[in-house]
Every structure is written in structure tokens, then in C-alpha cells.
Design a protein around this ligand. Structure first.
Ligand code: SF4
Ligand code: SF4
Length: 454
């Protein structure tokens, strides 16, 4: 599959990877609904890669939707805003699905709330002009993104202002918008492209102006023809190109997307900026458009509640800080054969059991797998088949990394580049011995990181 994008040498794909069933059928045709305003939210103070945010409100303080409740504590940090009108309650601690324990601010809803169609219009609806980017100073765009507390909504949670800013030392020639959503089951990005394509293109034009990129390419996998069509329509006359990429996991991983679109390889330890590229996700671009044009912070996001274990799978516009349990209840609850609840999708997500856990900015939804989905053979010893090596898109030796981590041979794990692993799950997906390769690699990384801090 060639791309035929002028100036780029991408082939529309990357080497290795896997082809898991996409299972988008559960929620892909469900239009985004607005979750009714909750009676309470609990907003975690660490929702980004980088430094946590610091609480700036007190218990019993009355606040409105959009008010700052926590300030950034460094450049790679973001402010956090209240998603509802209400009263601050005594601060608490929460555990997130990834196992991190973080402080959080509970807010009890009080007074009228922005909800229903009015909230949808405010976040994704209305006019998104495509001829205004040039009227903004690039620094003004960056500042609006920073003030709005935007992080990568595809799950990376890297503060967006750090990427979307003028950079004289490392010029950017291409802004790639990630519309791949290659993780099985997940559909929020797909629905945003289908229902709010104008907001995505508007945000992309603003972001490209801020970084000085002459080329804007939206990468979408070939299994999303409707999104390709809506995005092409929205991009008409703007110069934004739509690249239809091969459906293969992990096509949406930043480095693989860059190879697929431009043919450029980001060397280990380097950033996309080092090859003149910035990558951001489609939902993030819609949030950028809203922040710059309407001055509104990131208080809500689109998520999906999906999988065979959910009564009525849906795509929902929800406030940050809502609990996973409330999302599941709104979708009719769990089916009797529900077996595993995952924040995100089955390849890169985190299994959890506590439904009181709050949703963060980077969470794209919840997938509930059935007994049938999770049925697999018991773990055996590695049979040295080499399949994990054959599929690893980072050319690592996953078996060696996992075994070194299990045996606490962290020097070996580092020698075999454990930190290059992006935890995509291709190796575990393909392993005939059912070894928990990703969990072991994650454990190894955590142990090495902890020992460095001592
Ligand atoms: S070792 Fe890491 S990067 Fe390679 S396949 Fe496994 S999870 Fe993916
Ligand atoms: S795929 Fe599994 S069994 Fe095969 S070499 Fe890798 S870890 Fe061993």
C-alpha cells in the first residue's frame, strides 16, 4: 500500500506488528451521547506524564465548571479545571487503574449544570472556522493550550503545549494527526472523526501554525472508511492530507505512525522532533480548537464503554473524574459473563476491579471482556519459538527482557533495551506459552526506575 503523499516516503505501514481482530463492532456505530451530569466527581491531581499538579482550592469552596482547581508544578505539567459547578470537598487519595496512588479533589455538584445538547454544542458542536489560524500569534496558541490543561488524549498524556510550541532550534515540517485508533475495541477517536471532523481539522490548522509545520497529515487506518470520508470532506480546501494506512497493530504508536507516513525513522532515545515531526491525536486537536477559539479548558472527553461484557456499549461525552462504575451503570451494567474490566483496550490497557476509580484525561474508555474472550491456555515455560521476536515492532527480544525481569537480572534487561519497549503487547498476544511478557517487562521497568531514585 503506497501513500503517494508529495514530499514523504511512507509506505502506509511499518515492519512487524500483529493483526488482532479489531472488535470495533460493539460501539463504532453508536453516536456520542452526553452522560447526565453526575452528583459528584473525584479529580486526580496527576493526569499527565511529568510533574503532578498542585491543589489551589480549599474544602467547602464554591467553584464553577472551568475554574482552575490545581496548578502546574513545572513546564511538563498542566493545570486541572473543575468539570462541574459545585463545592470542593476534603481532599482524598485514589488509586488509578495503572496502580498509581495519587491525591485527588472530590467536588460535589451544586446548582445548575451544563449538560445534554448544550454541553455537546459547547465541547464539539458549533462553528469551527478553518481560515483563522494565521490571525493568531503561535505563542498565543501554545499559551491557550497550556492554560486549558490539554494532554495527549490518545493515552500518552504528554502535556500538549510542550509539543505544540514554536521551536527555532528543531524546525518541524510535518504535523501528523493520529486517527489510527489501532487498539482493539476502542472507538472514541473514530466517533470524534465521524461527528466532529471540523473541530479536528480546525485544531490541526491551529497546531500546525503554532509549530510552523507546512504539512499536515491525518493518518487513519483502512478499517475506518467512514472516518476517512468525513475527514476528507472537512479537510477540503485546507491543504490537510488524509493518509489511509494499513490496518495493523500498533499502527497508532507514534514512531510507527511516523515511519508509515513519512518513511523517517526516529532513532532509539530520540524524539519525533529530531526528524522534524510532531504527532498528536484527533481528540486532542478538537480540544485545542476549543481552547484557542473558545477559551475553554479540558474538562470533558469522549470515551467508549464497550466489549461483549457490557449490556449496551456506547460512546459518551463525560466529565473528567467520573467513576468507571457510573459509566458502566449508564450502559446497562455488566452482563453475567463479564470476566475482566480494562481501562483502555486489551493490548495496552490496565485491568482493574474497583469501580469507584475515577476517569482521567488520558483514559479512552472501558472494555469489558467475557469469559470466552479471556479463556486461554495455562502459562508454560518458554518454548523458544521466537514468535515474540518476529512481531516486536521495536526489534527487541521480549522473551529475554521478561525472563531477565522475572529473575531480577536488571542489568541484563537494561542491556537488552527494556526502556525502548512501548508495552504494545504484540509479544504477549503471539506467545504460545501464554507468558505475561508485558506485565513482566513493566515490572522490570518499575523496579529499575525505583532503584535509580534511591
Ligand atoms: S517487547 Fe515491548 S515493544 Fe516489543 S512487542 Fe513486547 S510489548 Fe511491544
Ligand atoms: S513467543 Fe513466548 S514461547 Fe516463543 S520465544 Fe517468545 S516468550 Fe518464548
Amino acid at each position: 500500500m503506497g501513500l503517494n503523499l508529495a514530499g514523504f516516503e511512507g509506505s502506509g505501514s511499518f515492519s512487524k506488528g500483529v493483526h488482532p481482530p479489531d472488535h470495533k463492532e460493539f460501539s463504532k456505530d453508536a453516536p456520542i451521547e452526553v452522560l447526565p451530569a453526575p452528583s459528584r466527581v473525584v479529580v486526580p491531581l496527576l493526569q499527565n506524564i511529568g510533574a503532578p499538579s498542585e491543589c489551589v482550592v480549599k474544602a467547602k469552596q464554591e467553584i464553577s465548571m472551568g475554574d482552575v482547581i490545581a496548578k502546574p508544578t513545572g513546564f511538563v505539567s498542566v493545570p486541572i479545571h473543575s468539570p462541574i459547578n459545585g463545592k470542593v470537598q476534603k481532599s482524598t487519595n485514589v488509586t488509578l487503574p495503572n496502580g498509581r496512588h495519587v491525591p485527588a479533589i472530590p467536588i460535589k455538584a451544586e446548582g445548575d449544570q451544563l449538560e445534554g445538547q448544550a454541553l455537546m454544542e459547547d465541547v464539539l458542536g458549533g462553528e469551527w472556522p478553518k481560515d483563522v489560524a494565521g490571525s493568531y500569534d503561535p505563542k498565543e496558541i501554545s499559551a491557550a493550550i497550556q492554560n486549558a490543561g490539554i494532554v495527549g488524549l490518545g493515552g500518552a498524556t504528554f502535556p500538549t503545549h510542550v509539543k505544540i510550541m514554536p521551536n527555532d532550534e528543531r524546525p518541524v515540517d510535518a504535523l501528523i494527526i493520529n486517527g489510527c485508533e489501532c487498539e482493539p475495541f476502542l472507538t472514541p477517536d473514530y466517533r470524534v472523526m465521524v461527528e466532529a471532523a471540523d473541530a479536528v481539522i480546525c485544531g490541526a490548522l491551529l497546531a500546525a501554525h503554532a509549530v510552523g509545520a507546512k504539512n499536515i497529515v491525518v493518518g487513519i487506518e483502512a478499517n475506518k472508511p467512514k472516518a476517512v470520508q468525513t475527514m476528507k470532506q472537512a479537510a477540503e480546501g485546507t491543504g490537510v492530507k488524509i493518509a489511509v494506512l494499513k490496518t495493523k497493530y500498533p499502527q497508532g504508536s507514534e514512531k510507527h505512525l511516523i515511519v508509515a507516513v513519512t518513511g523517517r525513522k526516529v532513532p532509539p532515545g530520540k524524539l519525533p522532533l529530531d526528524v522534524g515531526v510532531v504527532v498528536s491525536n484527533v481528540g486532542t486537536m478538537a480540544a485545542v480548537a476549543r481552547a484557542v477559539l473558545r477559551g475553554k479548558p479540558l474538562t470533558h472527553r469522549v470515551v467508549c464503554v464497550t466489549g461483549g461484557g457490557i449490556a449496551t456499549p456506547k460512546n459518551l461525552l463525560v466529565p473528567i473524574g467520573i467513576t468507571y462504575g457510573e459509566l458502566i451503570d449508564y450502559c446497562g451494567g455488566l452482563k453475567p459473563d463479564a470476566a475482566r474490566i480494562i481501562s483502555g483496550g486489551p493490548m495496552m490497557g490496565f485491568s482493574f476491579t474497583d469501580l469507584e476509580m475515577p476517569l482521567t484525561k488520558g483514559a479512552s474508555g472501558v472494555t469489558v471482556l467475557t469469559n470466552e474472550d479471556v479463556k486461554k491456555a495455562a502459562e508454560t515455560a518458554c518454548v523458544r519459538c521466537g514468535r515474540c521476536v518476529d512481531v516486536c515492532p521495536l526489534n527487541l527480544v521480549p522473551s529475554r527482557l521478561a525472563i531477565a525481569s522475572r529473575n531480577k537480572k536488571f542489568d541484563v534487561a537494561e542491556r537488552y533495551h527494556i526502556f525502548t519497549c512501548v508495552e504494545c503487547g504484540c509479544c504477549a498476544y503471539t506467545c504460545p506459552a501464554s507468558l505475561p511478557l508485558v506485565q513482566l517487562i513493566r515490572m522490570g521497568k518499575a523496579a529499575i526506575t525505583a532503584s535509580r531514585k534511591k
